[in-house]
Write a protein that binds this ligand. Structure first.
Ligand SMILES: [Zn+2]
Length: 836
C-alpha cells in the first residue's frame, strides 16, 4: 500500500513539474544502505532521472564511489576521439579485491587446456554490464548511477553473497561522446513544467543525434572489426577477463515496452552453440520475474536477432560467453506520451536498473553451470580445432603491406595467434610474400572466432536480417587468401613497416600506387606545392616494374631544392609507410618519364555534404577516412547552408547517401553550375538517383518489379523483408587500366553492397571499368530476384559535365571503417577524376 501511494505521488509530481524524484523509486524495498556511501544526488547535484546525466558528472560520481567503497575500483582504459575517459569499474567483495589478479588469472585459465583441473564450485562468475552504447538511448547510463550506488551501498546477506560470488565489470557509458551530445540536447530543451507532447523540440534531436560516436559511427557494429577507440578499450577488457555474461542496455521506439533476449530463434548465427541460447532463456526468467514484480510490460523471442558478431550482445556468443540485449521503450527526453500512457524517464531507468540486478541474480544462481559451460565451450572448440590439424588460412597482398598489417592487427587484438612465413609462398597463382602476409593456424584456442571472421556463407535459414549478413574479413580488406599448411614462426610483434626513400635523386622519384596509405603521401606532396604526375601505363625502369597509377615527382623546377626535396620525401615515406624510389634516368621500358602519358596532378580541396537529409553514418565514415587515415582536410558543408555558401574553392564535393528533399533548388543549381565550371561531384548510393533526377548523370536503372502472389497479409513483412539487401559481398571485375582502379593489382574486387540500386552498364565496354560478375555472390544474403538484377550491373559511373565530372557509386566503399579494400576507389575518384 505504501508503495502505491508513493508511486502515485511521484507520478503526479513529475507531471506537475516538481521533479520530486527519489532514489527510493529505483531501489529494492526493505534493504538498508551504508550511510558512508554518497548518493548520486549528493555528488552530481540532481536526482537520477531528474536531468540527463552528462558524461563528466557520471565519471565524477563513479570516481567518488571507487574512492569511498572497498567493493569498487576504477580504471581509465583510454580516451574517446573527444578526449573523454573510457572508464571501467570492478565491483566485488573486498576480500576478492585483495586477490583480484589471481581471481582473474584463474578465471581465464578456465578457457585453457589447463582449466580442466579447476574447481568451479568456488570460483566467482564474471559479469560485464555495459550501458548506452547508443548515446541517445540514455536510460542505461542513467541507470548505471543507481546500479553502482546499490552495489556499493546495499547492506545484508544478499548483497554480501552476491559480491562474494561475482566479479562485476561495470562499463557505465559505452559511448561517452554520444551520451554527452544527447544529454546536452535533452537538458537544454527541458522545460520546468515537464511537457510530454511528442512534438516538443526536446524529442526531436538535431542531426546527427547522439546515437553515434564522434565520427558518427554506430559503436554497436564494431565489436568484431574494432576500428574505434571505445571498442579497442572494451575488447581488451573482454579478453583480459573473459566474462561469462555480457549485457548491453539499449532503447527502442517510444511506443514499445521492454525487450530482453533471447531474440528471434531462426536468426541465431549457426556458429553459436545451442546451449548459449538455452542459458539466455534461463536467465530471461529472472528478468521476467523482476519486471512482473514492478508491473512492467515486456517481450522476448521477437524482432531482434543474434546473427552479426560485431554487436555487443552477439560478440560474446562466439567467445564462450552469453551476450544479452535489453531494449527499453525510449522517453527520449524527460517525459513523453506513448501508446502505453505517459512514459517517464525515471520509469525507463527503473526497468534498466531492475534488469541489471536480475542479471546479477541469475549469474549468482547459475554460476557453476555457466562457468562449466564456458570451460566446455573452449574444450569443444579445441577438439574441433584439432581436427583441422596443421591447416591454416594465409592472407596478404604482395604489394600492400599496410592493409595486410591492419587485418593482422585486428586478429591480434582478438587474441588470435598469427604466424609469419619465412619465405614467399605461391598458391593458386597468388604469391604470399614474406612480410606482406600472415598465416592463421586453425588449430588454436580461438578457432571458433576465426571461423566467424573468415566465414563465407550463402545459405541461410531465414531471409530477414537485423544487420549485415556477411563480413568475411579478407574480402573486406581485398586481400588474397587461401587455405594452406601452417608454416613459419609464431609472431607476437606485428608492426607496420617504416617507409623509406632509397637515396637522393638528381632526376625523379617514383612510387607505386598499391600501398594503402599512398593517398596520404600524394596529398602531402601536392599540399606542399610540389609537382607530381600520374603514369597511365605500366613501365619498367632500372630493373623494377611500375604498374598503372605510378606517381612521379620530378626533381627539376620544384619549390624545394634537391636536398630539401629528398628530406621532405623521407618524411612523406615514413608517415605514409611507403617505399619511394629514386631514379637517375627518364628512359624506361614503356612510357618514358617525360611522356604525355604522365598527367599532372592538382592539389585537392574537398568538401563533404552533411546535415539534414544525409545519412550520418555514410558521411561520418568519409570524414573519418580523411581525418584519421589520410590526414586530409575535408570541409563539412551543411545542407541547410549550402544555398548560401560559395563553392568556388572546392575541387571535389562528396554527396553521401541522401534522402527526401535535402537540397533545395538554390543549392542544387549552385552544385550544377559548379560542376560545369570544372568541379568533381561524387555521389553515393541514393545520391545516384538524385544525380539522375537533376540531369547531372545519364543512367538507366534495372528495377525489381516483383508483385505479391499468394502472399497473405501475415506474410507481407517477410515478403518485403526478403527483398532487402542488408549487407552482403559481391564480386566485381575490374578494368585495371581505368584510373578509378589504379592501385588494384587483381582483376576482381569484393564489393560490399547494402542497396537495391542497379545501374545498367554502358554500351561501350571501356565505360564499365567496374562491373559485377555474372556469378557475383561471394558471401551473404540476397534474394534471387535481386541477384538476377545484379549480374552484369555496374556500381560505378563517371561522366563529363561541362568541364567537370560527375561520379556515381551505388555502393558504400567506406563501410564502417573496416572495409579497407575499397577505400582507394574514393581516393582515385578525387585525385584522378580529370584523367578519366
Ligand atoms: Zn541501441
Amino acid at each position: 500500500m505504501k508503495k502505491i501511494t508513493f508511486l502515485f505521488i511521484v507520478f503526479t509530481q513529475i507531471l506537475l513539474g516538481q521533479n520530486n524524484i527519489s532514489l527510493d523509486y529505483y531501489l529494492p524495498q526493505n534493504i538498508s544502505f551504508n550511510q558512508e556511501i554518497p548518493t548520486p544526488k549528493e555528488i552530481i547535484g540532481h536526482e537520477v532521472g531528474e536531468w540527463h546525466v552528462t558524461h563528466d558528472k557520471l565519471v565524477e560520481y563513479m570516481k567518488k564511489i571507487a574512492e569511498v567503497s572497498p567493493r569498487v575500483s576504477i580504471e581509465n582504459r583510454g580516451e574517446t576521439y573527444e578526449g573523454r575517459p573510457i572508464i571501467l569499474l570492478t565491483i566485488t567483495a573486498p576480500e576478492n579485491h585483495s586477490n583480484i589478479t589471481e581471481i582473474r588469472k584463474s578465471h581465464v585459465q578456465l578457457t585453457e587446456n589447463s582449466g580442466n583441473s579447476l574447481n568451479t564450485e568456488n570460483m566467482p562468475i564474471v559479469v560485464y554490464q555495459g550501458f548506452s552504447i547508443h548515446g541517445n538511448e540514455p536510460s542505461g547510463s542513467n541507470a548505471a548511477l543507481a546500479t553502482i550506488y546499490y552495489l556499493a551501498a546495499a547492506e545484508g546477506n544478499e548483497i554480501n553473497d552476491l559480491l562474494k560470488n561475482t566479479v562485476i565489470l561495470l562499463d557505465p557509458s559505452l559511448n561517452p561522446d554520444g551520451l554527452q551530445r544527447f544529454a546536452y540536447w535533452a537538458n537544454t530543451n527541458r522545460s520546468h513544467v515537464l511537457n510530454p507532447d511528442p512534438n516538443d523540440r526536446e524529442y526531436e534531436e538535431v542531426w546527427p543525434g547522439g546515437r553515434t560516436n564522434h565520427y558518427w559511427f554506430d559503436l554497436n557494429r564494431d565489436w568484431l572489426p574494432i576500428q574505434l577507440p571505445e571498442s579497442k578499450a572494451r575488447i581488451k577488457t573482454f579478453h583480459q577477463w573473459m566474462p561469462n555474461i555480457l549485457t548491453d542496455h539499449h532503447e527502442m521506439g517510444t511506443n514499445s515496452t521492454f525487450f530482453f533476449q533471447p531474440g528471434e530463434p531462426s536468426r541465431v548465427n549457426p556458429l553459436t552453440p545451442k546451449m548459449n541460447q538455452q542459458f539466455t532463456k534461463e536467465i530471461a526468467k529472472y528478468h521476467a520475474k523482476a519486471l512482473d514484480k514492478i508491473g512492467s510490460l515486456y517481450y522476448s523471442e521477437e524482432d531482434y536477432d543474434d546473427f552479426y558478431y560485431g554487436k555487443g550482445s552477439t560478440f560474446p556468443d562466439i567467445n564462450g560467453s552469453i551476450g544479452i540485449l535489453f531494449e527499453q521503450g525510449s522517453s527520449r527526453g524527460h517525459i513523453q506520451e506513448s501508446e502505453n500512457g505517459i512514459l517517464t524517464f525515471p520509469f525507463t531507468i527503473r526497468n534498466q536498473f531492475t534488469t541489471a540486478l536480475s542479471t546479477l541474480e541469475a549469474a549468482k544462481n547459475l554460476r557453476v553451470d555457466i562457468l562449466n559451460y564456458q570451460r566446455e565451450f573452449y574444450s569443444n572448440a579445441r577438439k574441433e580445432a584439432a581436427k583441422s590439424k596443421s591447416s591454416a588460412y594465409i592472407f596478404g597482398d604482395e604489394k600492400d603491406a599496410a592493409k595486410t598489417y591492419q587485418l593482422a592487427k585486428i586478429l591480434e587484438s582478438q587474441k588470435i595467434e598469427l604466424y609469419q612465413a619465412n619465405e614467399d609462398i605461391t598458391i593458386n597463382e597468388k604469391t604470399f610474400k614474406k612480410g606482406y602476409s600472415y598465416l592463421v593456424p586453425k588449430n588454436q584456442k580461438n578457432h571458433r572466432l576465426i571461423e566467424a571472421m573468415f566465414d563465407i556463407r550463402t545459405e541461410f535459414e531465414d531471409s530477414l536480417f537485423y544487420d549485415i549478413s556477411a563480413w568475411t574479413f579478407p574480402y573486406a580488406f581485398n586481400l588474397d587468401f587461401e587455405e594452406t599448411k601452417t608454416a613459419g614462426d609464431r609472431t607476437n610483434n606485428i608492426t607496420l613497416r617504416t617507409g623509406n626513400v632509397n637515396e637522393q635523386s638528381n632526376y625523379a622519384y617514383l612510387f607505386d600506387w598499391h600501398e594503402y596509405y599512398t593517398p596520404k603521401a600524394l596529398n602531402m606532396i601536392l599540399n606542399k606545392g610540389l609537382r607530381a604526375k600520374v603514369g597511365k601505363t605500366p613501365f619498367s625502369l632500372e630493373g623494377k616494374d611500375y604498374d598503372y597509377g605510378t606517381i612521379m615527382i620530378p626533381v627539376q623546377n620544384q619549390k624545394l631544392n634537391k636536398s630539401e626535396l629528398y628530406e621532405f620525401l623521407q618524411k612523406v615515406a615514413k608517415e605514409a609507410h611507403i617505399e619511394i624510389t629514386s631514379v637517375a634516368t627518364g628512359l624506361t621500358k614503356g612510357i618514358d618519364l617525360g611522356s604525355n602519358d604522365f598527367e599532372a596532378l592538382k592539389k585537392q580541396k574537398v568538401a563533404l555534404i552533411v546535415g539534414n537529409g544525409i545519412t550520418s553514418y555514410d558521411a561520418g565514415e568519409i570524414w573519418h577516412l580523411f581525418d584519421q587515415r589520410y590526414n586530409m582536410q575535408i570541409t563539412k558543408l551543411d545542407t541547410d547552408n549550402l544555398g548560401r555558401t560559395s563553392l568556388d574553392k572546392y575541387t571535389t564535393i562528396i554527396l553521401p547517401n541522401i534522402w527526401g528533399s535535402a537540397l533545395n533548388g538554390t543549392a542544387t543549381q549552385k552544385i550544377k553550375d559548379w560542376v560545369r565550371n570544372g568541379g568533381t561531384l561524387i555521389g553515393y548510393r541514393n545520391a545516384v538517383n538524385w544525380l539522375e533526377r537533376n540531369d547531372l548523370l545519364k543512367v538507366e536503372f534495372k528495377k525489381n518489379e516483383m508483385t505479391a502472389k499468394n502472399i497473405t497479409f501475415e506474410q507481407k513483412q517477410f515478403f518485403s523483408g526478403a527483398q532487402v539487401t542488408g549487407g552482403a559481398i559481391f564480386k566485381a571485375n575490374l578494368d585495371r587500366s581505368h584510373p578509378i582502379n589504379f592501385g588494384y593489382k587483381n582483376e576482381t574486387l569484393p564489393v560490399f553492397r547494402n542497396t537495391n540500386i542497379y545501374m545498367e552498364p554502358n554500351e561501350e565496354s571501356y565505360n564499365n571499368p567496374i562491373q559485377y560478375d555474372l556469378n557475383p555472390l561471394l558471401s551473404g544474403y540476397i534474394s534471387e530476384e535481386n541477384l538476377e538484377l545484379l549480374k552484369g550491373a555496374v556500381p560505378f559511373k563517371v561522366q563529363r559535365n561541362g568541364s567537370g565530372r560527375v561520379i556515381a557509386f551505388t555502393d558504400n566503399t567506406n563501410f564502417r571503417a573496416f572495409w579497407y579494400g575499397t577505400n582507394k576507389l574514393l581516393m582515385n575518384a578525387i585525385f584522378f577524376s580529370k584523367v578519366m
